[in-house]
Ligand binder design. Structure first.
Ligand SMILES: C[S@@+](CC[C@H](N)C(=O)[O-])C[C@H]1O[C@@H](n2cnc3c(N)ncnc32)[C@H](O)[C@@H]1O
Length: 287
């Protein structure tokens, strides 16, 4: 006779504990629910149900990959972000819950724009999976976005994600090194650029350094290269009354504010993520 759900879960938890997986319970539940196609309620109430052999084999193979350091959402191939489902590609960063703070900051600003103009124009620089722009478009009907990245493969993933979420008619794709190939002006310029100091990359967890692309992580010697490039170009592409919203590393707010001050921007607000770390800055042109 096969294993029950409860004994399979216990097996996964002990494998994950032994491999020092950070969230053994959460990851075990996620794998079992998704790979059996059941809800969390079914999982909790149906512990005595027998798992069929095919499902058990697939779940154990996935658990093996998790023990080797592959993040659980990479194994599943997708991740939810601010209410939209995103396919993950090796060319894109896995979108993080911290980045939802940027979406939270952008929504009231986008709503204010559509209160005054027919359409809110958004530029998402370094879009990766398309997470930020697509989450905003899903909430704001009268918004359109240019999603831009230096990686063509990331842009293919963003396009696929736009289609998966029925948003393909409101995005345009532009391959660009920051502003180099960008035309036009925007009400909101949003970006979660690479911001890890090059020397710190080796010390990141293997989940990050072996599975997120280096292009999405490496912010140069002091981690601030992308902010300098964005500050340099933003003035030419911001519509009157527009805002620039940036995700930063937890210890970078003062440096990024200084860079933007030097490019004639003032900091309108600063936000912390759910963990209480500095995470998002909002800028407007200095009057
Ligand atoms: C930290 S990831 C953010 C991805 C996505 N916006 C998110 O929040 O999940 C940074 C992104 O910037 C892109 N990028 C790196 N260098 C770039 C450059 N010079 N110009 C444009 N995009 C770049 C990377 O390919 C990557 O997709």
């Amino acid at each position: 006779m096969g294993q029950t759900i409860a004994s399979l879960l216990a097996d996964l938890r002990s494998r994950f504990d032994a491999s020092q997986v950070a969230q053994p319970e959460t990851d075990a539940r996620l794998l079992v629910c998704e790979l059996m196609g059941i809800s969390l309620t079914d999982l909790i109430l149906g512990g005595e149900r027998i798992v069929d052999d095919g499902d058990a084999k697939r779940i154990l193979a996935a658990a093996h990959r998790r023990c080797l350091g592959e993040p659980v959402h990479r194994i599943l191939g997708h991740r939810w972000f601010y209410g939209i489902d995103l396919h993950l590609s090796p060319a894109t960063l896995e979108p993080r819950p911290d980045t939802e703070t940027l979406v939270e900051a952008a929504l009231p600003l986008a709503k204010k724009v559509v209160g005054k103009k027919p359409i809110c124009n958004i530029l998402d620089l370094g879009t990766g999976s398309g997470a930020i722009a697509l989450a905003i478009l899903a909430e704001i009907q009268d918004a359109v976005a240019i999603v831009s990245d230096i990686s063509g493969d990331a842009l293919d993933a963003a396009q696929q994600n736009a289609q998966m979420n029925g948003l393909q008619d409101r995005i345009s794709i532009c391959r660009s090194n920051w502003f180099e190939a960008i035309d036009g002006s925007f009400d909101l310029i949003v970006s979660n650029p690479p911001y890890i100091r090059s020397a710190d990359i080796a010390a990141l967890s293997r989940e990050v350094k072996e599975h997120d692309p280096l292009l999405a992580l490496d912010g140069g010697a002091d981690g601030l290269d992308a902010y300098r490039a964005i500050a340099e170009g933003a003035g030419r592409h911001l519509a009157d009354g527009g805002s620039v919203l940036l995700e930063t590393g937890f210890d970078q707010h003062e440096d990024v504010i200084e860079i933007f001050r030097g490019a004639s921007f003032s900091c309108l607000s600063r936000m912390k993520d759910l963990g209480g770390n500095d995470r998002v800055l909002v800028f407007c042109r200095t009057a």
